[in-house]
Design a protein around this ligand. Structure first.
Ligand code: AMP
Ligand code: ZN
Ligand code: FE
Ligand code: FE
Length: 285
């Protein structure tokens, strides 16, 4: 069984539509894929409708969080998408992305970059708007050669010249909300230090005590020492260990199934979840 528990579609900042994503996941030989767009479940219906035979969809989202001034991401799996408290928080975070993107565009204009909201909105389509969309606009304008090159202190990196913070949920609150909606909470790429400061192990221990289910260990942004350290921490704290591609289509270099999750861990995630169940594909359109 090949299980990839973290992917993005055009419902946020990936470049494949949800339907394309599940078709590619099946073609890549995956048995299970989780769709985890940033702060939204909007892609789920399309992915379910297109789900090929032999592929199982795990519904999820990646929630934007911040603790002690450090941004972090919480993967939420198999929660009830209609549960009102988690839904309200997702909408708050997602909706705040719009004025925040406008703020970053204003800062870029102040730096002499002629990017416009219309351009960014065209790139984002109806997806939850984020820095990768603005970065794509900067590539179009010839300001930077690649999307990645926009994630530097000169431009959009955390604390960078054109960066604006968005509303982000306290992760202890996120865990409470995810559990309240019957979901499973996994700390995404906890050691992705290229992206800025990371959450200290003492806080991961507190999150574990507050009900965190697992940590994502096998991820492109973790080197081997970071993975070993996280594996040890997970063992000490009794956390599940996952692996995933964090696929974003052509906006990032990783491929579907680049890293995967052990079937036993996947089984445990599905046993813990009560808000939704994995859906086996019936051969969608
Ligand atoms: P936002 O949610 O708008 O703050 O944007 C953060 C997203 O940008 C992350 O979820 C990543 O998908 C993406 N990202 C962060 N760093 C990089 C990078 N160096 N290159 C490409 N994408 C990145
Ligand atoms: Zn993303
Ligand atoms: Fe993330
Ligand atoms: Fe992600």
């Amino acid at each position: 069984m090949r299980i990839d528990l973290h992917t993005h579609s055009t419902a946020s900042d990936g470049t494949d539509t949800p339907a394309e994503l599940v078709r590619r996941a099946a073609a890549a030989g995956l048995d299970v894929v989780a769709l985890t767009d940033h702060d939204t479940t909007r892609g789920h219906a399309e992915a379910l409708a297109a789900l090929p035979q032999g592929l199982t969809l795990v519904t999820g989202a990646e929630l934007s969080c911040r603790v002690d001034g450090v941004s972090m991401h919480m993967l939420a799996y198999l929660f009830d998408p209609a549960e009102p408290d988690l839904l309200a928080e997702r909408e708050l975070v997602r909706d705040d992305r719009v004025p925040r993107a406008r703020g970053m565009i204003a800062k870029l204009n102040g730096l002499g970059v002629p990017v416009t909201w219309e351009q960014v909105a065209r790139i984002a389509g109806d997806g939850s708007v984020g820095r990768p969309h603005i970065a794509t606009a900067l590539v179009e304008l010839g300001v930077v050669p690649t999307v990645s090159d926009a994630f530097t202190p000169a431009w959009l990196a955390d604390g960078g010249r054109a960066h604006v913070e968005k509303h982000e949920t306290d992760p202890f609150e996120a865990i409470r909300l995810i559990k309240g909606a019957g979901g499973v909470a996994v700390f995404a790429h906890p050691a992705a230090s290229k992206r800025g400061r990371t959450v200290p192990e003492s806080v991961i221990a507190e999150l574990a005590a507050a009900g965190l289910d697992g940590v994502e260990v096998d991820h492109m942004d973790h080197d081997e020492p970071a993975r070993a350290r996280l594996r040890g921490l997970a063992e000490d704290l009794g956390l599940l260990v996952t692996g995933s591609s964090d696929y974003h289509g052509s906006r990032k270099s990783c491929v579907l199934g680049e890293y995967t999750t052990d079937p036993e861990i996947y089984g445990e995630i599905t046993r813990r979840a009560t808000g939704a169940f994995p859906v086996p594909g019936a051969g969608g359109a």
